[in-house]
Write a protein that binds this ligand. Structure first.
Ligand code: FDA
Length: 382
C-alpha cells in the first residue's frame, strides 16, 4: 500500500472531494483521509436529503467573514454555473426552489456519488475510517493514522466546521492550523435557531423582515418551543451576537398605523384581536392585542401598536448551539491564506478550504458553493 503522495486532503466532505478530484485531474497523486465510515455525510443530510447544492445568485455580499472580499477570487473562478455543468454532465436532474436555491430532484446521494466518481476517474485514493493521531512537518508533511502513516509535500485541511458534533464534526482543521501558527477567528454557531421564552406561540409562523444593523432578511419565521427558527431567523442568527436585539417587521407589506386607523373607522365594534387576526396568525394576534373594541382605542395607542408591529424588538437569550447549527461562523483567519489558492502564507504546502475557513454563506446553497469554489481553487494550486 502506497504511503507517499503529492497531496493529502483531510476530510472527504464537499470541499475536500472537490479539491482532490481537481488535483487528481491535474495529475497529482492524491490521498483523501476521512475519519467517518463514509464520505460526504453532511452532503447526504443537506437540503432535507435533496442537497441545496448551489444558488444562482451567489455574490460575495452573501458571505460573512472578517474580510468580506476574501471569497471573491475563488467564487469568480469556480461559479455556480460550473457546478451546474458538472451536475448536468452526470445527468442529475435538479430544480430551482425559491430565491435561486438549486436542489436535486432525486437525492443528495447523487451528489456524493458524482464527486466520488470524478475522484475515482482522476485516480484519487479515498480512504474512510481513518482516525488521524498526529500531523508533523519536516521537509514534507507526515500524517499518522490508526492505519499507519502517510507522507505528502502538500496537506489540505478540509474537515469543515463544528456543527452537528453527533455526526463527527471536529475542530481538527482549526487545531492543526493553530499549531502551525495560524490565527483563528473565534468560531460560533451560525444558521441556528435562537432561544427566547415564548413557548405559548410554538408552531406559529409568518413572513417577516428580520433586521440587525444594516442586514435584513425577508423570509418565514417560526416560533418553536424553545424560541425562533425558520429561514429569516436562521439567516439573521449568523450575524447575531449575545445581548443584541433583532428588529422584526411583522407586517412587511402593510402600513400598520394606517391599517389600524382605517379599521377604527370601518370596523369600530370589532375587537382589536379580530382586526389583528386579519393580517397576522390568530395566536400571534391574540398574544399582541389588548382587550377592547377598535372604537375604544385612542389614536395614540394605535400608533404605538402599529409601530411595534413594524419594529418588534426581541432579544434572544442565546442560540441552540452547534447541535442545531447548520454552519460554523469564524474559523481559520483569511489574513493567513492566499485568496487565490487557499495556501497558508507562512506555511508553504499547507492549504485550508471549505467551512474550516472564516467564510460563511447565507442559507440557500451558498455554503456548498463556497466549499466547491475554495476546493477548486486549492485543487488548481496543490
Ligand atoms: P464537510 O462537513 O462537508 O466535510 C468535512 C469532512 O471532514 C466530513 O466528512 C467529516 O467527517 C470529516 N472530518 C471531520 N473531522 C475529521 C477528522 N478529525 N479527521 C478526518 N476527517 C474529519 N449548505 C448548503 O449550501 N446547502 C444545504 O442544503 C445545506 N444543508 C445543510 C444541512 C445540515 C443539517 C447541515 C448541518 C449543514 C448544511 N449545509 C448546507 C452546510 C454544508 O453542509 C457545509 O457548509 C459544507 O458541507 C461544508 O463543506 P466542507 O467540505 O467544508 O465540510
Amino acid at each position: 500500500m502506497s504511503r507517499r503522495f503529492d497531496v493529502v486532503v483531510v476530510g472527504a466532505g464537499a470541499a475536500g472531494l472537490m479539491c482532490a478530484l481537481r488535483a487528481g485531474q491535474r495529475g497529482r497523486r492524491v490521498l483523501v483521509l476521512e475519519h467517518a465510515d463514509k464520505a460526504g455525510k453532511k452532503i447526504l443530510i443537506s437540503g432535507g436529503g435533496r442537497c441545496n447544492f448551489t444558488n444562482r445568485d451567489v455574490r460575495p455580499e452573501s458571505f460573512l467573514s472578517d474580510n468580506p472580499h476574501f471569497c471573491r477570487s475563488a467564487l469568480a473562478r469556480y461559479t455556480p454555473q460550473d457546478f451546474i455543468a458538472l451536475v448536468e454532465r452526470h445527468r442529475i436532474a435538479w430544480h430551482e426552489k425559491t430565491l435561486g436555491q438549486l436542489f436535486c430532484d432525486g437525492s443528495a446521494r447523487q451528489i456524493v456519488a458524482m464527486l466520488l466518481d470524478e475522484a475515482a476517474a482522476a485516480g484519487v485514493d479515498v480512504r474512510v475510517g481513518h482516525r488521524i493521531t498526529a500531523v508533523d512537518r519536516s521537509d514534507r508533511f507526515a500524517v499518522t493514522t490508526d492505519h499507519g502513516s502517510f507522507e505528502a509535500g502538500t496537506l489540505v485541511l478540509a474537515t469543515g466546521g463544528l456543527s452537528i458534533p453527533k455526526m463527527g464534526a471536529t475542530g481538527f482543521s482549526h487545531d492543526v492550523a493553530r499549531r502551525f501558527g495560524l490565527a483563528i477567528v473565534a468560531p460560533r454557531p451560525g444558521l441556528v435557531p435562537l432561544t427566547l421564552g415564548v413557548p405559548e406561540l410554538a408552531g406559529v409562523s409568518l413572513e417577516v423582515v428580520a433586521g440587525l444593523g444594516r442586514t435584513r432578511f425577508r423570509e418565514a419565521m417560526l416560533f418553536t418551543h424553545r424560541g425562533l427558527s425558520g429561514p429569516a431567523m436562521l439567516q439573521i442568527s449568523s450575524y447575531w451576537r449575545a445581548g443584541e436585539g433583532i428588529a422584526l417587521d411583522l407586517l412587511p407589506d402593510l402600513d400598520a398605523v394606517a391599517f389600524l386607523k382605517d379599521r377604527k373607522r370601518s370596523r369600530p365594534k370589532a375587537e382589536l384581536r379580530t382586526v389583528l387576526g386579519e393580517v397576522l396568525p390568530q395566536r400571534l394576534a391574540q398574544h399582541l392585542a389588548t382587550e377592547g373594541t377598535m372604537a375604544t382605542l385612542r389614536d395614540r395607542d394605535l400608533e404605538a401598536l402599529g409601530e411595534r408591529l413594524k419594529r418588534w424588538t426581541i432579544v434572544p437569550t442565546g442560540t441552540e448551539g452547534y447541535a442545531k447549527a447548520e454552519v460554523t461562523v469564524g474559523g481559520v483567519d483569511t489574513d493567513e491564506l492566499s485568496s487565490r489558492t487557499m495556501e497558508a502564507k507562512k506555511v508553504p504546502g499547507l492549504f485550508v478550504i471549505g467551512e474550516a475557513v472564516d467564510v460563511t454563506g447565507w442559507l440557500g446553497g451558498y455554503n456548498f458553493q463556497w466549499a466547491w469554489s475554495s476546493g477548486w481553487a486549492a485543487g488548481e494550486a496543490v
